[in-house]
Design a protein around this ligand. Structure first.
Ligand SMILES: Cc1cc2nc3c(=O)[nH]c(=O)nc-3n(C[C@H](O)[C@H](O)[C@H](O)COP(=O)(O)OP(=O)(O)OC[C@H]3O[C@@H](n4cnc5c(N)ncnc54)[C@H](O)[C@@H]3O)c2cc1C
Length: 395
């Protein structure tokens, strides 16, 4: 068992650090909210500019195979890249395009679809959103009701999607729609590419509990989509949608990002701004911090284990669910520990004159809580681990 990185991988790490020193906007390193969530258009513009530099460097699509314009980095090289980016809070926009749709098109798209869409994603020119969830279909996604009916060379889409991250800025959406209402629910769904400027689409922004406007609900009224925008075969979309290959299944970015938050908290507690607390509270806090430290170390090893499965060509299955579940819940525990450490000042929002640690206390609790819902709730991850990992019967 070897836990060290090779000299070449460490050299890559050094190269990434130098790049970040030169190009990462300093405001971003301090920010505790993703630029897609930010209500400040300048913040988003800076992040976009940084992404274009990453694209020029090739690192935005470093995980893509060379034949599609990527660098074909090995999984362990990707781990190094992700670790460094996440520790510095480097914003990577368009995960939907880079990590989900891109790989799906490489596997299932027509040559025309690959040629039309992969270059825009790679250059950070075209942003994508994911149209899966509906008002009455979340965990049970296969019950979705948005319909697409064939009409000549087009499909006509009617229905609604909700909780669509980034939809207000996205240029395109990949969406699942029902093309056969009589078939068993998983077998009547198709996967479409939809230009967000198509007539008949209304995007309604939704304000989340943090005060940010990131999610949207979309309404589709007789939206015409060319049949050439169907990916794969009609009625086979569930299988395409369900196997979206996320290259970041190891959650190494979460491990590194949370490590950064813990380091910052500990350094804050050593400094003059830390509030005075009595001996009992100090003992409790020390133990709580020690627990988070242990959990982060465990999580990092879990990430490396998942990456090592990928490195030898395996596809992590319930292991990816273990990573998602573990890190989303750990993130929330760490944020709660931060709030305990900061006391009342931890409840101040970013920008408040009394905020400490850039207002990351209460904001962190809220943003990490929603991490336990997006991408499949903790309950759904536990169901997957129970059935696929332990072989228990479905509930
Ligand atoms: C941060 C974030 C980002 C998101 N981004 C997108 C996006 O870009 N595109 C998109 O399409 N959607 C997105 N979503 C929506 C997300 O996929 C859904 O919220 C999620 O799948 C849960 O669905 P739901 O909200 O309808 O809750 P429901 O499915 O109604 O679940 C409600 C509760 O019941 C529990 N539950 C449901 N079924 C079971 C079961 N079988 N066993 C045990 N418990 C169960 C759930 O765990 C949950 O606690 C996002 C959500 C969040 C929070």
């Amino acid at each position: 068992m070897e836990f060290t990185f090779s000299a070449e991988q460490e050299a890559l790490r050094g190269e990434i650090r130098s790049f970040l020193d030169e190009h990462l906007p300093p405001e971003r390193e301090e920010a505790h909210i993703a630029p897609e969530w930010s209500n400040d258009p300048d913040d988003y513009a800076r992040a976009l500019d940084f992404n274009k530099r990453l694209a020029e460097q090739g690192w935005l699509t470093a995980h893509w195979p060379r034949e599609f314009g990527g660098m074909g980095l090995s999984i362990l090289e990707q781990v190094v890249l992700r670790e460094e980016m996440a520790y510095r809070r480097a914003p990577i926009l368009n995960a939907n395009g880079l990590n989900m749709l891109g790989p799906v098109l490489m596997l299932n798209g027509s040559d025309e679809q690959k040629a039309a869409h992969l270059p825009g994603i790679a250059a950070s020119d075209v942003m994508w959103c994911q149209g899966y969830s509906e008002p009455n279909s979340g965990s049970d996604l296969a019950s979705l009701q948005t319909r697409a009916i064939r009409d000549g060379d087009d499909y006509i889409i009617n229905g609604s999607k909700i909780w669509t991250g980034h939809a207000r800025r996205a240029d395109w959406m990949f969406l699942l729609a029902r093309t056969d209402s009589d078939a068993p629910k998983h077998r009547g769904i198709s996967f479409f590419l939809l230009d967000m400027k198509t007539p008949g689409i209304t995007v309604q922004p939704l304000q989340s509990m943090t005060g940010h406007v990131h999610f949207c609900q979309e309404f589709f009224e007789d939206v015409r989509v060319p049949a050439t925008n169907l990916v794969g075969e009609e009625n086979r979309g569930w299988y395409i949608g369900a196997t979206l290959l996320d290259f970041e299944r190891s959650n190494i970015a979460s491990a590194a990002g949370f490590r950064r938050s813990l380091d910052e908290l500990v350094s804050f507690l050593h400094g003059p701004e830390a509030r005075p607390i009595d001996e009992m509270a100090r003992q409790r806090l020390r133990h709580e911090l020690a627990d988070r430290y242990i959990e982060l170390a465990v999580g990092r090893n879990l990430s490396y284990r998942i990456a090592s499965i990928q490195e030898v060509g395996g596809i992590p299955n319930y292991e990816a669910s273990m990573g998602k579940l573990y890190f989303s819940e750990l993130g929330n525990r760490l944020a709660t520990t931060t709030l305990h450490a900061l006391g009342l000042a931890g409840q101040m929002a970013p920008g408040s004159s009394r905020a400490v640690l850039a207002g990351s206390g209460m904001l962190g609790v809220m943003t990490t809580l929603i991490g336990t819902i997006g991408g499949g709730t903790s309950e759904i991850q536990r169901n997957i681990i129970a059935t696929r990992g332990l072989g228990l019967p479905r509930a």
